[in-house]
Design a protein around this ligand. Structure first.
Ligand code: XMP
Ligand code: MG
Length: 186
């Protein structure tokens, strides 16, 4: 098992090297899909958790593309999704009609956040909407969501690092680690 020097972390789930391999594979799949003639890629980074993932992923995609940002919230400060999703930050790009949209999300858990965001985007005139998630926790799903590009399936444990937070902390860890349950009173 990979070592961690952070005493809030029970164990490392994905090392920097494993994350790099996952992101390289995803970038290849995305590039293959969006290099088809007529595609016009707009990546949407779902803040804040996807910030590092998006930054690494987009640098490995060798295609013309734009990036924009959205922020939704369903969590508050705890570790359980409440199903009440709000848009905190909307896209800067208002006319989406010319774009093939790829939503880039850090983690798919109950599906509340993404089902809301995907419906919201599909209601606007877009050419296509696809989803890329770094981590997928299928055991926790409440709303079915189709994932087009998936990094890794993980078990039902609260993870932090590589952009993912608990109470806004730990986003800067270069790996994905399992948080000790005592840190969040679990
Ligand atoms: P839902 O339940 O709406 O949740 O699919 C998606 C959002 O919940 C957050 N989330 C996590 N954040 N470690 C985190 O740091 C986790 O294990 C975790 N599980 C869910 C995350 O913000 C995601 O966008
Ligand atoms: Mg998130």
């Amino acid at each position: 098992m990979a070592e961690t020097n952070n005493n809030a972390i029970k164990s490392v789930l994905l090392t920097e090297k494993q994350l790099d391999e996952i992101v390289t594979r995803l970038a290849g799949e995305i590039e293959a899909h969006y290099s088809a003639p007529g595609k016009n890629l707009l990546m949407i980074c779902v803040l804040k958790g996807s910030l590092i993932f998006t930054a690494d992923l987009m640098r490995k995609i060798n295609l013309p593309m734009k990036v924009d940002f959205m922020q939704a919230s369903s969590y508050g400060s705890g570790t359980v999704s409440c199903g009440n999703v709000k848009i905190r930050l909307d896209l800067k790009e208002k006319d989406l009609s010319q774009y093939d949209i790829l939503v880039v999300e850090d983690i798919l858990d109950s599906g509340n956040t993404l089902s809301f965001l995907l419906n919201y985007l599909k209601e606007r005139a877009v050419r296509s909407v696809k989803l890329c998630v770094l981590l997928n926790k299928p055991e926790r799903r409440k709303i079915p969501i189709e994932v087009d590009f998936e990094g890794a399936k993980i078990a039902d444990e609260f993870v932090v690092g590589y952009g993912l937070d608990y109470n806004e902390q730990y986003r800067n860890l270069p790996y994905v680690g399992i948080l000790k349950p005592e840190v969040y009173g679990g």
